[in-house]
Design a protein around this ligand. Sequence first.
Ligand code: GYE
Length: 338
Amino acid sequence: MKKFSRLFAHLLNMLIILGIFLTACTFETGSALPEPTLPSEQNNHKKSYDELVVGYSQVGAESEWRTGNTASLKEAAESLGVELLFSDGQQQQENQIKAIRTFIAQRVDVIGVSPVVETGWDSVFQEAKDAGIPIILVDRRAKVSDDLYTTYLGSDFIEEGKNAALVMVDLLEGEGKIIELVGTIGSAPAIDRAAGFRQVIQAYPDIQIIASQPGDFTRAKGEEAMADMLQLFGDDIDAVYAHNDDMAIGAIRAIEAYGLRPGQDIKIVSIDAIRDAFQMMIDGKLNATVECNPLLGPQFFDLALKVVNNEPVPKWIPSEEGVFFPEDAAEVMPSRRY
Ligand code: GYE
């Protein structure tokens, strides 16, 4: 009986040892699975472009500038290997808000937004912040508190308005009546390009803006608005200041249809510096275009990666821009990429 119980104890020991061994083996195989990472370790892992998932909410496809901007973003994503979820807001804020909410639900790493208008973004940006997803503003600013976005990449629209005005003052030799074709109402570029322009011309009492007409940054609406203005003011109009080239090109059509010579009878200054504007300058129909750079793709993804990897970035990365005139148009045009 004693012998039997010793044998039993021995057997039990063997079983325990075997159990320990098997458990150890299980741990061994278990280590082939990804090791659980602590949150602190996760933060230390630097992502690379091919691990980056970016949601981008674009304004729409209203202008040549925008087409160039979208192409730049898509090409850069493709060549860097970034996964880009792209949404076209068709110039409607509600579409953009919906897209941002979808990106939050998809748990993207970072969201890029070009806000169609300046206001009304607080709650959706707060939702992104609560989900831990950084927002990068691209091209257009939003009027939100600083903690609701990480950085802004885009132009100084006030400066563009001032540059357009300086050229206009020169063209009008300090005297004349101007029609202003305004971009999308409530958008950062329309607000700032109007303000910058006025800051300069207010020093010239003989220069007046006799009407400001919305043209939504499109050729069709620019043409329509200018046709209306010609009906109202006719030969009294000395100049057109258009917030973008597309509206200026629309205005050129309207002026020709009315029987006046754009660029001569009516001076025209606009903003963007798209290829078609260079052609208009070569044809003598546009007097100057102020550059606004849409080729923001590579810079945007560079920023996005830095933001996701917790590297410091400035609050605003302004673009460098110039002004172009008809005398340089033929030489410069071949090198324009939008
Ligand atoms: O000037 C205009 C476009 O936000 C800077 O939007 C951009 C403006 C650009 O539709 O052509």
